[in-house]
Design a protein around this ligand. Structure first.
Ligand SMILES: Nc1ncnc2c1ncn2[C@@H]1O[C@H](COP(=O)(O)OP(=O)(O)OP(=O)(O)O)[C@@H](O)[C@H]1O
Length: 313
């Protein structure tokens, strides 16, 4: 039987703990991803995503646990690892007076076999602003420049911390296409995002993090299909329907909730019989069910179920 070694996976994290004083930012996190795949880290504000990424990038020292990036320890092997990874930090950042192209060329000189900076700027739609100082670029342009800096050294693994935050839909699509192209070329991509559609359409594997721990782990399809209840039936009607009464009419295992006043969901094994039972029950009680539809649970539904609806500070 063959053994999987740290070199066989792009990233391996076991039992990672990171504290800031009395704050436990990461509390025993495990991650693993193969080469040429996209891993999305999702989680509410303060869940520990950026801290995890910064430990993997070698910017923070872990308090406990084992981290291997491309088979190397990011703390002790930083000099060997840096040329092989790309980093797009949250919010970017640069010397305000530096021109976009100047900055990318500077980063390119630090790498062994860089891509052509002028070509990369064109690819990212920044060809026309190459001579523009960083501080005069729009937020979305600064983000794209930051992405260019992460990619110019032909990395084997890229860390993208909220790469499309603040981008317009066109720029976001461009970044999505780029991430897909990187993956096709065998590059591993670790992505943190608050955009569920971004994770759903890009990621091979999703880890939902809360309070520094993984609370769910799987492909987007696995996560949205968990518990065998991968469909749900939604409808709108007058608020405060007697759902206990509705549930007694439904097959065992189905449950119903009023998500917001007048917005209902039935979860369980939604088959034609359940749809017929709900509509018949509504008809019997004089309820007009509007916008009735059966759909797969979204990643956002799963995320909110696991991490709650309470706003994080
Ligand atoms: N330098 C720091 N000093 C002290 N506490 C910190 C520091 N950086 C992060 N924290 C705390 O660690 C916890 C995890 O923060 P982290 O930035 O890793 O979360 P996150 O999941 O990336 O959040 P967001 O989605 O808001 O970016 C939070 O409680 C945060 O306040």
């Amino acid at each position: 039987m063959s053994t999987v070694t740290a070199e066989d996976v792009a990233l391996s994290v076991r039992g990672l703990v990171k504290r800031y004083g009395s704050t436990v930012a990461v509390s025993g996190l495990d991650l693993a991803m193969p080469h040429g795949s996209v891993l999305a880290l999702l989680g509410p504000n303060g869940a520990g995503k950026t801290t995890t990424v910064e430990v993997c990038e070698g910017f923070l020292r872990p308090d406990a646990g084992e981290v291997r990036v491309l088979g190397l320890d990011p703390t002790t092997d930083a000099a060997r690892l840096r040329p092989r990874i790309g980093v797009m930090p949250q919010g970017g950042g640069a010397y305000p007076g530096v021109h976009a192209e100047e900055m990318l060329r500077l980063v390119a000189t630090c790498t062994a076999d860089p891509l052509d900076p002028a070509w990369l700027l064109e690819v990212l739609g920044l060809g026309a602003v190459g001579r523009t100082p960083y501080k005069r670029l729009s937020g979305g342009q600064q983000q794209r420049l930051s992405l260019a800096c992460a990619l110019v050294g032909r990395p084997e693994l890229v860390f993208l911390d909220e790469p499309t935050a603040g981008m317009d839909p066109q720029a976001r699509r461009l970044v999505w296409d780029l991430v897909s192209a990187l993956r096709r070329d065998g590059v591993a991509v670790v992505l943190t995002t608050h955009l569920m559609d971004e994770a759903e359409s890009l990621a091979d594997h999703v880890v939902i993090v809360d309070h520094g721990r993984a609370v769910a782990n799987g492909t987007p399809a696995e996560l949205t299909a968990s518990n065998g209840a991968n469909n749900e039936l939604r409808f709108r009607a007058d608020p405060a329907l007697d759902l206990e009464l509705l549930v007694t009419a439904l097959p065992e295992g189905c449950e119903s909730t009023e998500l917001r006043p007048g917005e209902y969901v039935v979860r369980g094994d939604i088959d034609p019989q359940v749809v017929s039972t709900v509509t018949a029950w509504c008809a019997r009680h004089g309820v007009l069910a509007q916008e009735l539809r059966v759909s797969r649970r979204s990643l956002e539904d799963v995320f909110l179920e696991l991490t709650g609806r309470r706003l994080r500070s």
